[in-house]
Design a binder for this molecule. Structure first.
Ligand code: SAH
Ligand code: SF4
Ligand code: F3S
Length: 569
């Protein structure tokens, strides 16, 4: 297959960081007739690996693909456009990808017009990109994390030219606004607040694949959050590789605490954020989390290791005692705090003593949940060049030991919840038991309970009856039926178009200058007893379009409320 290469990645460029404010690109609608014709009756399939940054990118890609008329399928064997949205953080994620591309060989050979695109973080690694291009000749589109917004342009190019297109530029990156989006959930949403990463932890590939830290404008984030609230969303998670660095690259004078507070004030029922680097966590941020009930009492605070020498080699820029001090402040200020973490086992040449420090820290902190990983060397990162004499077996043994330490505190924290009532945002039918529904508490514990479809997307009260290490069992506590009905009524009325229209017109009616003037003149003519003038002005007033609209809207709103009143009676 012929190739068109727009760009290829270059790690030397990928590590460059400058202090300039990143440009914002307001993406314009670029759907061509050719694409609209192509998409007719066609389907797309996307498989996303990796973190929430990729999940959010998938939502934008779905927005673009559906904007031209493609429909989604869960079956890649009937898709005309297949996208694998990849993760490069550890080797096993990459291995799964090779398997999946390999499985598509027969399908691509039979369907010569299909598009198979590889995107996300893997193509940003030069050696791996070459390997994919060589091993899988039927892959006909490759683009990186900086090119997501150009998906439709690439699709058109591949369809028209029938050439393989490669567009992976290593760069600091821009901030894109205005991409269409199809969200995976109708009640939980991710909102990007900062892209990229400047931390360069020595084991991590992310700063190379995602570019420099670049924050979205405060006002653009608030606008997106307000739209989600207007659409009835119950939970927003503010996203970034390190959300605590929010605003440092802008000249708006705002930091993450300011942003968190501003979003909390918009009134979303649940507000979360991820991920936080311990290094940038300020007391001001902890105070905001503690102050607002709708900022969830849950913090994901990756520690990576409990040993200062390993932390130093990892480039984490805090010591274990800095971390413990931070955790102490969080626990003191935030009641019922749920704390989770990421830990890497088997960093190059990690000794038994160094590993034991991690066990000690884990026992001291008593996490409520945790993600544990065996170190995986990533080409191009400093840690991949470090000597490592620790065997695979030792790493595997340590991994198991760590998990068993973590499980003790995780189980204990679950047990403490038995007998108490918690707010749970219901996700739907449980993944492991069809007879149950499930959702998460404010502190991010998974709860299973007997429920029904009407609860999905709502926050309900659940009393915990049983605890397991990684989940809880509970029973739904129903509200007083009258209160329940009143809540439902309030919810319906909030979005009732007749009332909304009435309030909108009323606001205009009350402040309109020409009407104010007329009212003044009518009052004057009445006071002076000028009957003809009074009648003339009164007629003008009554025939004013704003007055007519106002009384019409008022009448409709009254009728609606009267109807409701009669039903309740
Ligand atoms: N920006 C986030 C998430 C980064 S990736 C953060 O800093 O927390 C998620 C987790 O993957 C990291 O916290 C780390 O524990 C793990 N990880 C990253 N690179 C890794 C590697 N090379 N080997 C094993 N685990 C790794
Ligand atoms: Fe990777 Fe460290 Fe950045 Fe997290 S903070 S993305 S672990 S470099
Ligand atoms: Fe993976 Fe890229 Fe996220 S490497 S963890 S998908 S930033």
């Amino acid at each position: 297959m012929k190739e068109k290469i727009l760009n290829k990645p270059d790690l030397k460029k990928a590590i460059q960081r400058d202090s300039s404010v990143s440009p914002i690109i307001y993406v314009e609608d670029n759907r061509s007739q050719k694409l609209l014709d192509f998409a007719k009756d066609k389907k797309y399939y996307i498989h996303t690996y990796g973190c929430q940054a990729n999940v959010r990118d998938e939502e934008s890609m779905r927005g673009m693909l559906e904007s031209i008329g493609l429909t989604k399928t869960e079956n890649r064997e009937e898709a005309d456009v297949i996208l694998l949205n990849t993760c490069a953080v550890r080797e096993n994620a990459e291995d799964k990808l090779y398997g999946e591309i390999g499985n598509l060989k027969g399908y691509m050979e039979k369907h010569k017009d299909a598009v198979l695109g590889i995107c996300g973080c893997v193509p940003e690694e030069p050696e791996i990109l070459e390997r994919i291009l060589k091993t899988f000749p039927y892959v006909n589109l490759v683009f990186g994390t900086h090119e997501v917004y150009r998906l439709l342009e690439f699709l058109e190019e591949v369809i028209s030219s029938k050439k393989r297109l490669i567009a992976v530029e290593s760069k600091s990156g821009e901030v894109y606004e205005g991409l269409p989006v199809i969200r995976t959930s109708k009640y939980k949403a991710f909102v990007n607040i900062i892209y990229g990463c400047n931390k360069f932890c020595t084991y991590c590939i992310v700063p190379y694949t995602r570019g420099k830290e670049r924050s979205r404008k405060f006002s653009d984030i608030l606008k997106e959050c307000q739209e989600l609230i207007d659409d009835g969303y119950q939970e927003i998670t503010l996203l970034g590789q390190n959300v605590n660095a929010y605003g440092k690259d802008l000249d708006e004078g705002k930091d993450f605490a300011d942003l968190l507070e501003a979003v909390a004030k918009l009134g979303i029922p649940r507000l979360r954020f991820t991920t936080s680097h311990p290094w940038d966590f300020t007391s001001k941020m902890i105070d905001v989390i503690a102050k607002y009930d709708n900022v969830m009492n849950f913090i994901h605070l990756p520690v990576q290791s409990g040993n200062d020498n390993v932390l130093k080699k990892m480039g984490r820029r805090y010591t274990s005692s800095d971390y413990l001090k931070l955790v102490k402040e969080m626990k003191e200020k935030i009641p019922g705090l749920g704390l989770s973490t990421d830990i890497i086992v088997g960093f190059p040449n990690e000794s038994d003593e160094e590993f034991n420090d991690t066990l000690k820290l884990v026992d001291e902190v008593e996490y409520d949940s945790a993600f544990t990983f065996i170190y995986s060397p990533r080409k191009g990162t400093p840690a991949a060049r470090m000597e490592d004499t620790i065997s695979k077996e030792t790493k595997g043994k340590r991994f198991k030991e760590l998990v068993s330490h973590l499980e003790k505190s995780i189980s204990a924290s679950s047990e403490r919840m038995v007998g108490q009532v918690y707010d749970v945002l219901v996700d739907g039918v449980s993944k492991n038991n069809e007879d149950m529904y499930s959702g998460y508490t404010e502190s991010n514990k998974l709860v299973h309970f007997k429920g029904d479809e009407s609860m999905v997307g709502k926050i309900i009260k659940v009393k915990i009856t049983e605890s397991h290490t990684y989940s809880l069992i509970g029973e739904v506590i129903s509200d007083d039926p009258i209160i329940q009905k009143a809540k439902e009524l309030k919810e319906c009325l909030k979005n009732e178009p007749v009332l909304e229209e009435y309030l909108r017109i009323k606001a205009i009616f009350e402040v309109d200058e020409s009407l104010k003037e007329l009212r003044q003149k009518i009052a004057e003519s009445k006071a002076k007893n000028e009957k003809d003038e009074y009648d003339r002005l009164k007629q003008m007033y009554d025939n004013h379009p704003l007055v007519i609209n106002y009384y019409k809207a008022k009448e409709e709103a009254m009728e609606l409320l009267k109807g409701l009143h009669d039903i309740i009676q």
